[in-house]
Design a binder for this molecule. Sequence first.
Ligand code: GDP
Length: 450
Amino acid sequence: MFEALSGKLNGVFDRLRRRGALTEADVAEASREVRIALLEADVALPVVKDIVSKVRERAVGANVIKSVSPAQQVIKIVNDCLVEALGGGEGVEQAPPGISLQAASPVPILMIGLQGSGKTTTSGKIALRLRTRDKKKVLLASLDVHRPAAQLQLETLAKQAGVASLPIVAGQTPLQIAARAMEVARGELYDVVILDTAGRLSIDEALMDEVAAVKAATRPHESLLVVDAMTGQDAVQTARAFNERVGITGIVMTRVDGDARGGAALSMRAVTGAPIKLLGAGEKLEALEDFHPDRIASRILGMGDIVSLVEKAAETIDRAEAEKMAAKMQKGQFDLEDYASQLKQIGKMGSLSGILGMLPGIGKMKAQLENANLDNTLLKRQAAIIGSMTPKERRNPDILKASRKKRIAAGAGATVQDVNRLLKQFDDMSAMMKRMSKLGQKGLMRGGLG
Ligand code: GDP
């Protein structure tokens, strides 16, 4: 998600960077281009208008700040506007990321959504996370009496997630199942009960009535609507309808690992009023992420998302190692040796394109990666190339002469072009990291400008 939008916005910023001082006409033109980029990303029209008018207003009214270039100032303004559209920003009351469990046990969580949105899978993902990360005792219950297969699917997912599922009793109504789930949870001291309601192919009154009745009976602490990011504006309209009719506390957007254009994420808050709380980024049960407006905005701007990357790495991999890596990245000391060990860890982290999307400089690498078949062969080859270098060369690849490159390529079963491609890619990455850490020091990406 977001690649196309990132590319477009980066183009706008590149053109701005080439100017010394920005005139009002530059800002007007940049706003126009931002508008087109957002529309092409399928952002809802009123939201586009709102973002663009804010960007223009703030860019024109901004005081010139000596320590940053005007283009950087515009990037910061666009960043802030995106963060706000995504439901974040200063002065906005922030719910903590992820779902809330601040209620008496057993905490009921209601899962709502259309069939195929990823609702059942997401129930399993949340259960796994609550068990492993929050150390909660979780009970999963399927209320889908229309599709017996759905109940069996949830039972299977519960096993995979290592949590209990409510025994299936044929012939019960959704309300009866919900009541039984709560009773079992109270009796057996469960912390959380996840109630997976039935889905339909499209919104209809019967579905709404059923979900509303279950909600009224169970008074869930969270009512999470699951929507498929790939369905774009339809997902936004679905969310609006469910919120108006049933009332939701948050949205989980799934399939963000696909090539959705990202507009739905940007429109969701403004159109529905409900916050996106979680993102589903793959079929595996581990592929669930907290939604951080500021980090998503920086991902859209193509600045990469080192924080998410490191966090994700820390969950899967050794925490101390990940922190060391983050510090190195920030100081611009990330070398080929570190890159090689990252490549090794990538396999453990699930979806490769998801991880790469978080790395800085990915825009430029993407074409190369697509040429080279975005799969593990490329990574293995790169690891082999780095493996054929001496430690000194890994720390300072600039010393590599043509003759050494040839030997390294031969040693790794690769070509000199492969070696050069790796070095170029690594250079791009390092340059981007340095730029990011500079921006960070100036407080551009985090705090205010002055
Ligand atoms: P439900 O009908 O809403 O319960 O949908 P399911 O949970 O059965 O999911 C439908 C399909 O989408 C399954 O094949 C899931 O593996 C897949 N799926 C769910 N979430 C994601 C996601 O975040 N990314 C991807 N790529 N696939 C997903």
